[in-house]
Design a protein around this ligand. Structure first.
Ligand code: ADP
Length: 587
């Protein structure tokens, strides 16, 4: 990031690059932008001529020319009404423009976040994405409006400066010197402010991540009785954030005092200078009144320039953070092949697969096995042995360090995303249920699903009767904001979703939590009904689940240590027999 701004040329190049990237999103909104531009120019012209008329109005009043005063007052009224109308229209088109651009950038960022490799997502807090998606995109979307506004204002004010030059060279010189003084002050302020802002955004990401964790994990925090330590962590992060916010406020406050005082002194000098010029007949009173009325605009010229520099720096900071997600290699994107299979058979093979989440900590240590389509295969073994990791690799959530995975004889690396994920469903222990109605939870995985298909899937997953017992049936809102489902119901809904998707391979991570017998039986029945029609892989925590499997694989410390049917393992494998007997005793 420091390299990013290493020199001015690179800075300009980067700004240009970021502007070009942003323009991609603004291209289709050209009409609104042009209208905004036109009304902005009109505003600028009105802004330039209005003080002239006000000055004349004042002079007519002091000269007692009441008829002319009335005329000027009418002209000023027309000018001001036009100004209001232009302002209204400029704002209208700028809002349409900014909203459309923002929408497009946000959709793009969201799409790109979904493409980031799981291993990279594991490393980042959710705050990194939330802040960039919400705040930084907003700052980017406004840049063209900001630039346009500054440029039109800048041009108007330059025109005014030229008018002063025509009226009095000395006053012109005075303004130029004033501009330089304030500009230097502003430049120092901005560079300090941007430094603080960079730090602030880093802290904001951490705090947003923690707060989103708090919201999602509030139940666990309570159950773990971890309120105090969690609050300590939140207080630390929030106070870091607020320290930085205070620091930014301090910079703003200090420079505003300095800036305001310098302007007051310059005002004083201007009047003194005017008195000298008027008494020596170098300046008429009426010309001075005009110049004096313009002074706010002239000082604005440099406020505008410095504001523009601030906006550009701010824009670059946000653009850097947003485009880091969209098109840099800071976040690695998932890579897929180009081969497409519509309907896979469901055979697959692991060939000497090695995998580690972190360097030098191998979780899978040379896994090899073959599974034929429509087989039901169970994986058993201690917790942490690597069973779920096998599932994750099969769905290409992670990529093996060594070895290969084949689906229907084709290397998974050659297949496109749809061929892999469109044909595999994973039913986890705690499946994610969207905060939508039951029906929409199906539509989100299969857009054109019919009501009959949904009902059929729920019947097979032994969930239909429960749904029908709810007052709103399939239109019941589930998840966060609605009915909260039990662990067993979530799994059955997830099974129904998989059935509705009609994926050929179903990976099922059996719930370890003690589900009541009826629920367990319900899930078991649902799986039994799918048997022989789908390739089903189960991570089994109870051996009672695996008895009917065509094949059982025992996983230990990242290796497959035994393979066979229930009967074969019972006869040949001491460990399997021991676990089975222990479970029998528990029943
Ligand atoms: P199992 O399903 O057999 O209980 P897992 O495949 O979930 O085992 O985990 C195997 C090992 O990998 C464990 O030591 C676990 O801590 C580690 N592990 C699992 N997921 C991650 C992850 N996302 N990041 C780092 N380590 C992980």
């Amino acid at each position: 990031m420091t390299k990013y701004y290493s020199n001015n040329k690179e800075k300009r190049h980067k700004t240009w690059d970021n502007l070009k990237k942003t323009y991609k999103y603004a291209k289709k909104q050209n009409k609104e932008f042009i209208l905004y531009f036109i009304f902005n120019i009109l505003l600028a012209v009105i802004g330039a001529i209005a003080p002239m008329f006000s000055a004349k109005q004042l002079l007519k009043l002091t000269d007692g020319l009441l008829n002319e005063l009335f005329l000027f007052t009418i002209v000023i009224l027309v000018i001001e009404l036009s100004r209001n109308l232009c302002h209204f229209l400029a704002r209208k088109y700028s809002q349409i423009f900014a909203a459309e651009v923002l929408k497009k950038i946000q959709i793009d960022v969201a799409r790109e976040v979904l493409k980031i490799e799981t291993s990279d997502l594991d490393k980042k807090s959710s705050g990194v994405f939330i802040d960039r998606l919400i705040k930084d995109t907003g700052r980017i979307a406004d840049i063209f409006l900001d630039l346009n506004m500054s440029i039109t204002d800048f041009i108007t004010n330059l025109g005014i400066l030229f008018a002063v030059f025509m009226i009095s060279k000395l006053l012109f010189l005075f303004y130029i010197i004033s501009i330089v003084i304030i500009f230097v002050l502003e430049k120092i302020r901005i560079s300090e402010y941007i430094k603080a802002d960079k730090k602030y955004r880093k802290h904001a990401e951490v705090a947003t991540g923690l707060i989103s964790e708090l919201v999602r994990g509030v139940r666990d925090v309570k159950v773990l009785n971890a309120e105090e330590p969690f609050m300590e962590k939140i207080s630390k992060d929030v106070s870091n954030l607020n320290d930085e916010r205070y620091n930014m406020g301090k910079i703003r406050r200090t420079y505003s005092l300095l800036n305001g005082s310098v302007r007051d002194i310059l005002d004083f000098v201007l009047i003194v200078l005017a008195i000298v010029l008027i008494t020596n007949n170098y300046l008429t009173i009426s010309n001075f009144v005009i110049v004096y009325m313009y002074r706010g605009k002239i000082f604005n010229l440099l406020t505008l320039t410095s504001q523009l520099l601030e906006w550009i720096k701010d824009f670059n900071l946000s653009a850097e953070r947003v485009f880091e997600i969209i098109d840099s290699d800071v976040f690695k994107k998932e890579k897929f092949g180009t081969k497409h299979i519509d309907q896979i058979k469901g055979d697959f093979e692991f060939k000497n697969v090695h995998f580690s989440y972190k360097d030098n900590q191998e979780v899978l240590k040379g896994i090899s096995f073959k599974i034929k389509h429509n087989q039901t295969v169970s994986f058993v073994g201690k917790s942490g042995a690597g069973k779920s990791t096998i599932f994750s690799l099969l769905a290409k959530l992670y990529v093996p360090d060594k070895g290969n995975i084949f689906i229907d004889g084709i290397n998974i690396n050659e297949l496109d995303c749809e061929s892999i994920r469109g044909n595999i469903s994973i039913i986890t222990q705690n499946p994610y249920i969207f905060n939508l109605t039951i029906r929409d939870n199906f539509k989100i995985v299969k857009k054109d699903i019919t009501d009959e298909e949904i009902i059929d899937a729920c019947k097979s997953a032994k969930l239909h009767d429960f749904i029908m017992s709810l007052p709103d049936g399939y239109d019941t809102l589930v998840g966060e904001g609605g009915l909260t489902l039990s662990g067993g119901q979530r799994q059955r809904l997830s099974i129904a979703r998989a059935l509705a998707q009609k994926t050929e391979i179903i990976l099922f991570d059996e719930a370890t939590s003690a589900l009541d017998n009826e629920t367990q039986q319900g899930i078991q029945d649902a799986i039994n009904e799918m048997k022989n029609e789908y390739t089903i892989l189960i991570i089994a925590h109870r051996l009672s689940t695996v008895i009917n499997s065509d094949l059982i694989m025992m996983v230990d410390d990242g290796k497959i240590v035994a393979t066979g049917t229930h009967e074969e393992l019972l006869e040949n494998n001491k460990d399997y027999k021991k676990i089975y007997n222990m479970e029998l005793r528990k029943r």
